[in-house]
Design a protein around this ligand. Structure first.
Ligand code: 4AD
Ligand code: MG
Length: 474
């Protein structure tokens, strides 16, 4: 006897076999002589309809009213063609065992509950159709990510989670310390968050790391060290940002995929980003059909055709300067006025992808150097850097990347101009001293990819346990 997993079509090949389903009761309907129990084990979206007559073993459990929504069960039966139109097969129950009862207070009953409510029940929400489907598609995207890079000769590198450097230079890091400054001795937590303004007054020699250490905002700088030794590499791990943005596309803890290509320029980088996105989208369209149909019906109508276009069409590319021109000429009043040199806001990004280019991913390149990080390679115009952002409809910025400054003297000057502490980047500068090569890479926010691929509109529903300002439960 084997477990049946893997969707309704799978079942048609297994008719007349005696099978076991182990899972959680979604609903139970008792009619005069037969009872229908919908069981889901999370392997696919569809429930197994288990049809039980009063002579089956374990029927007393039904009679005593113990099988409630949320309970876990073990059911053995014969797989038969279903009489109903909703499913192709059903299990004719021979034996039912109640594994774990469920209290009537189980909060996820059949009626549809809002996603806001489910965020307060993050421990139980994977038992819903939507969160089950998101979890499976997220898993498929992670698998496809490794598959894409491995098939293309990239080596996966683990970048550290605790680091002393601030890759983006934006000061949005969570500090990790074992020190409790004297002004805060009352804090009972051994890990006290010390405001950046108080770093100077702290005796760091007493700290575990001997200096301020942080949760990483990006694995890029570490990725570069391996790219300049192993050639193409990628990282895929959690990253953290203490930006106080309560939006539907920002998390305090998110996963980032960061490939780094050696002997490569910005064009190679954009080509890699495009091929990667097309590959993973194609992968879920082929391998997650049932879940993707569910999203198309219930979450975002038309998502299947939108994603098919991503695979089939080439992406628009334009320079930042052209993007600003386009926004200036747009027949639309923006909340944040546009001028050359400004950072593009999400309203601008959405206009560009959703209206100007009709729902297609757009890559914007060559941004003003003032609004970009220190490591980006300066262009010949001395005003812009070889940076690129990939924007997609609904989500906005999905990818941020650049060609890196491989010339030692340019990089040192840039650190000086930005008043960054050159000494603390000594190892990063060494990469430019010993066999420097042109190289480029990008970072893709994995939860934004999940949003884009499922149509889920809030990023807090694209990760199992979201971390955002004021929310670190579960
Ligand atoms: O554009 P960002 O800040 O780029 C970097 O960190 C580079 N070091 C990447 C690289 O070149 N290796 O971040 C990259 C991507 C963004 O495009 C966005 O998708 C995602 O990370 N991201 C976030 N996702 C969720 N919540 C946040 N707070 C995010 N901040 C950035
Ligand atoms: Mg960015």
């Amino acid at each position: 006897i084997v477990d049946i997993k893997g969707g309704p079509d799978e079942g048609l090949n297994r008719l007349d076999e005696t099978l076991v389903v182990r899972g959680w009761v979604r609903t139970l309907r008792a009619q005069s002589s037969i009872t229908f129990i919908e069981v889901n084990d999370g392997s696919c979206l569809s429930n197994m309809q288990c049809v039980m007559s009063s002579d089956a073993e374990g029927y007393d459990q039904i009679e005593s009213g113990l099988i409630l929504t949320g309970a876990s069960v073990w059911i053995q039966g014969v797989l038969v063609k279903s009489q109903g139109s909703k499913q192709k097969v059903e299990l004719k129950v021979e034996k039912l065992v109640l594994v774990g009862t469920s209290d009537p207070s189980f909060p996820i009953q059949k009626k549809r509950v809002s996603r806001e409510f489910l965020r307060t029940k993050a421990h139980l929400r994977p038992r819903t159709n939507t969160f089950g489907a998101v979890a499976r598609v997220r898993n498929a995207l992670a698998y496809a990510t490794h598959k894409f890079f491995q098939e293309n000769g990239f080596v996966w590198v683990s970048s550290p989670i605790i680091t002393a450097s601030d890759c983006e230079g934006a000061g949005e890091q969570f500090c990790v310390t074992t020190l409790i400054p004297s002004s805060r001795e009352t804090t009972d937590s051994p890990v006290a968050a010390i405001p950046r303004t108080e770093y100077g007054s702290v005796d760091w020699s007493q700290d575990f790391f001997g200096k301020p250490a942080f949760l990483t905002v990006s694995g890029q700088l570490n990725g570069e060290t391996y790219a300049t030794a192993l050639s193409d590499v990628y990282t895929f791990g959690p990253t953290f940002r203490a930006e106080n943005s309560n939006t539907s596309r920002h998390l305090a803890e998110f996963w980032m995929i960061e490939p780094e290509l050696a002997f490569a320029d910005l064009n190679d980088d954009m080509a890699c980003a495009t091929a990667y996105l097309q590959y993973v989208v194609q992968y879920i369209l082929e391998n997650c059909k049932e879940d993707m149909d569910f999203f198309n019906t219930w979450i975002e109508k038309g998502i299947l055709s939108r994603l098919s276009d991503v695979v089939a069409k080439s992406f628009v590319q334009l320079t930042y300067t052209d993007a600003v021109d386009l926004l200036l000429k747009a027949n639309k009043k923006f909340e944040f006025p546009v001028k050359w040199g400004c950072d593009l806001q999400s309203e601008h990004e959405r206009y560009i992808t959703e209206q100007a280019f009709g729902g297609c991913p757009v890559i914007i390149r060559d941004y003003p150097k003032e609004i970009k990080a220190f490591y980006m390679r300066e262009n010949d115009d001395e005003k812009t850097v070889a940076a690129m952002d990939m924007l997609v409809p609904r989500v906005g910025e999905l990818i941020g990347g650049s060609q890196r400054e491989e010339r030692l003297e340019y990089l040192e000057k840039r650190l000086d101009d930005l008043k960054l502490n050159k000494e603390s980047y000594w190892w990063y500068l060494d990469l430019r001293r010993y066999g420097s090569v042109p190289h480029a890479g990008f970072g893709l926010g994995f939860e934004r990819l999940v949003q884009f691929a499922t149509g889920i509109d809030n990023i807090r529903d694209a990760i199992p346990f979201p971390r955002a300002p004021g929310s670190a439960e579960f």
